[in-house]
Design a protein around this ligand. Sequence first.
Ligand SMILES: Cc1cc2nc3c(=O)[nH]c(=O)nc-3n(C[C@H](O)[C@H](O)[C@H](O)COP(=O)(O)OP(=O)(O)OC[C@H]3O[C@@H](n4cnc5c(N)ncnc54)[C@H](O)[C@@H]3O)c2cc1C
Length: 445
Amino acid sequence: MQVLLTHNTDWLGKYRGSGPVVLKPKTTQEVSSILKYCNDNSIAVVPQGGNTGLVGGGVPVRDEIVLSTSLMQTIESFDPVSGILTCQAGCILESLDGYLADRGFCMPLDLGAKGSCQIGGNIATNAGGIRFVRYGSLHGTVLGLEVVLPDGTVVDTISPCRKDNTGYDIKQLFIGSEGTLGVVTRASLLTSSRASAVNVALLGCESYESVVELLAQARGMLGEVVSAVEFLDDSCMDVIQTNLPGGTNPLSANYPFYFLVETSGSNNDHDTEKLNKYLESVIESGVCVDGTVAMDTTQQKALWAIREEISGALLGDGYVYKYDISLPVSKMYDIVEDMRKRCEGLTVRVCGYGHIGDGNLHLNITSKEYNPELLAKIEPYVYEYTAGENGSVSAEHGLGYMKSKCIHYSKSPAAVTLMHQIKSLFDPKGILNPYKLLPPNSANK
Ligand SMILES: Cc1cc2nc3c(=O)[nH]c(=O)nc-3n(C[C@H](O)[C@H](O)[C@H](O)COP(=O)(O)OP(=O)(O)OC[C@H]3O[C@@H](n4cnc5c(N)ncnc54)[C@H](O)[C@@H]3O)c2cc1C
């Protein structure tokens, strides 16, 4: 029973289905047989990877069967000349990176859930993460996919080559499709040389305007060696210090904002000189008022842990309302301040952090327990606000079950209609991950 419960409950503990069966195939052929049987018998199926998704996409809503890829963990090949890796969908992101590290390469993707999330889940959600600013989206680094369609048909677009302009690029449709069009069973990805010189610095500053200035100067002065730029506010630092045993602020005092910058390259002297010049400039101009540079990999990990553990630490407050939105960088923090006023008296905290280099804000609001009055203050306001700025209501987590009725805030009616048509073409019986990503057809605006 515990196994069923685990596979029916999402990472946040917010969504819980009552799927009576969890199937764990090991091969593409087994996935194909399962889907064919389910399609023939009109049985709904939820594809599930590491179950770290944050929008309720990977767990049943009702009594769907869970198809878990957790036993599909074979790394099939790696070509050290081209950097192309081919593996099964259930490989854990961190294990793939560890495999590549031994060969002088790295995954083009890195995120806080790396120890549990699977590459198939990453592809299905088009996960962004902290290296997006350097390597771009999985739409660029996924070179080929093997996917099983709901009727059991296996579509193989895996190729050992980087370039391929023959016909429609079908794999792109599955990247970010959140398990609604097919089950990803294998993937080939372009990996990158692992940087031999890495620097990480955490800076403190007095205003969000300073954070934006730190980003602009990092782009100008660090240029090609920048591999990650993140920010967090004082409320995030507070949750690390309050809710995590041993969680500390490595700076000499608390500041309203923090900026985390990482450089990665092949020449330590060159990169360190660049970073030092950048730090001198931002300290002299008063944009940064305090900071620390990690002296070794242990300290680098400790600085990264502050950023990566915010999500988990927030759970200690009670209930978390999570929003993952794209907004113009210069105005990105306004909505956090707006929400603080709007929800005053109802929250434990309203905090903002995220991938500032990509204009991606994680707006997180916590309360001691679920409060419908608070939710009514947040939604649909947060979506209307984002649409008003021409932003995206899902920068990276996807729509899942949580936001399946919110797609119209970020996509036109014509685009949503086309998506419904694509869904009908791939999955005419609607067995694959129902209730996710798209609203019911009648709600299609
Ligand atoms: C601490 C933490 C930090 C995070 N940081 C980030 C971040 O920086 N950036 C980011 O983008 N996300 C982030 N996430 C969200 C999450 O980790 C990603 O969405 C991740 O890509 C999900 O992978 P998974 O294997 O856990 O997928 P699951 O949660 O199991 O599934 C997610 C979706 O993909 C579908 N799916 C899973 N496997 C397959 C498959 N093989 N074929 C077809 N569909 C499939 C599911 O049906 C579901 O709709 C974070 C989550 C946590 C808990």
